[in-house]
Design a protein around this ligand. Structure first.
Ligand code: PHB
Length: 393
């Protein structure tokens, strides 16, 4: 059996696992990243696309933000569309912070490149299958590669393997408490080769359901429609998607969502999920392995990066002077931000979606809330502060 020894064994090569490996390297700490998918798959998977200022700063300050600085789109505001009108929230004026559009797969590409340039060990097509005791002094990660079972021995394990990963699933029963809310809808998302309909993101509350206009570049649009959680994509011919986007985002005369070739279509169910604690012995969970937010607040990738920032700092303290204070409060530190973001994401989701059993009262209440948020500076500032994101702990 082949055996590797490292300081930190990281499961998952998404933004969390790769950023952790990168930050640890800058601290002189060695890691191995184990990822079940191929490098190409990781670099092409279309996911989230919005970075808070703090996430951008982390990428840039850690030296992985060069292409981001050249190619990303910086936005100073967002728009909320309801009652057939668009209302702008000026994030920058309200908070002094901006948000940045840069696809998750671009972050992944940049971090993979940074790790490879530094001689980092990334094991693709290597499926983690379990651990030996996370409570032992030297935990072991077992993984399958080319049909063989192999091992990585390490001081610590970082579970960055997403909601369906093995890390959380292999924690002993009774250690974790799950907090969960599953929403009665999903998002149908498309990627289309057409310039964005609006310069900034548009979040629409319409009686037929929520819609979101976002983008990946000045020639690539990303658009979403609220749908059933198990919506059948076969029922959504391209023309129907464009028509529905236009209906739900209808605003002042002259505003239209222009169509173009759709190059990707998918359905994602929405959920809010937190597991507590985020640590068991030498195993630390980060990103989607520990929590999921509905995408309405654009927080998933940002929360994952915040987790590993906290974890990298705690591990650096441990390796520098043997202290484990920061490691011991990893879970508590992260969960404070996680719950703030959970609350915000839930609130945005409630303000903007149809729930199926909504009464006329509920719709009027949503509109009153949207009017408050767009007319009151205090309310707009609260949305903006959360949306543009809190500073890293
Ligand atoms: C995206 O660009 O994919 C995106 C942006 C904002 C959201 C969700 C998704 O709230």
């Amino acid at each position: 059996m082949s055996l590797t020894r490292t300081q930190v064994g990281i499961v998952g090569a998404g933004p969390a696992g790769l950023m952790l490996s990168h930050l640890l390297h800058l601290e002189g700490i060695e890691s191995v990243v184990i990822e079940s998918q191929s490098r190409t798959y990781c670099e092409q998977r279309v996911r989230a696309g919005l970075l808070e200022q703090a996430s951008v700063d982390l990428l840039v300050q850690s030296g992985a933000g060069e292409r981001l600085r050249r190619e990303a789109l910086v936005h100073e505001g967002i728009e909320l569309c309801f009652n057939h009108r668009r209302h702008r929230i000026d994030l920058f004026e309200l908070t002094g912070r901006k948000v940045t559009i840069y696809g998750q797969q671009e972050v992944v590409k940049d971090l993979i490149q940074a790790r490879l340039n530094a001689g980092g060990q990334l094991l693709f097509e290597s499926e983690a299958i379990g651990f030996d005791d996370p409570l032992s002094a030297e935990p072991v990660i077992r993984y399958r590669k080319d049909g063989d079972v192999r091992e990585v021995r390490c001081d610590f394990i970082a579970g960055c393997d997403g909601f369906h990963g093995v890390c959380r699933a292999s924690m002993p029963a009774g250690v974790l408490t799950r907090y969960e809310r599953v929403y009665p809808f999903g998002w149908l998302g498309i990627l289309a080769e057409v310039p964005p309909a609006s310069k900034e993101l548009v979040y629409a509350n319409h009686e037929r359901g929520f819609a979101l206009l976002t983008m990946r570049s000045l020639i690539l649009s990303r658009l979403y429609l609220q749908c059933a959680p198990d919506e059948n994509l076969d029922e959504w011919a391209d023309a129907r998607i464009w028509e529905e986007l236009n209906t739900r985002c209808a605003a002042e005369a002259g505003f239209a969502v222009r169509d173009g070739p759709i190059i990707q279509k998918s359905v994602t169910a929405l959920r809010s999920f937190v597991t507590e604690p985020m640590q068991f012995g030498k195993l630390f969970l980060a990103g989607d392995a520990a929590h999921i937010v509905p995408p309405t607040g654009a927080k998933g990738m940002n929360l994952a990066l915040a987790d590993v920032y906290v974890l990298a700092r705690a591990l650096a303290q441990f390796y520098r002077n043997g202290q484990d204070e920061l490691l011991n409060c990893y879970s508590e530190t992260c969960l404070r931000r996680v719950w703030r973001v959970q609350q915000f994401s839930w609130w945005m989701t409630y303000m903007l979606h149809r729930f199926g059993d909504d009464t006329a009262f509920e719709h009027r209440r949503q509109i009153a809330e949207l009017e408050y948020v767009t007319r009151s500076r205090a309310a707009a500032q609260s949305l903006a502060e959360n949306y543009a994101g809190l500073p890293l702990p």
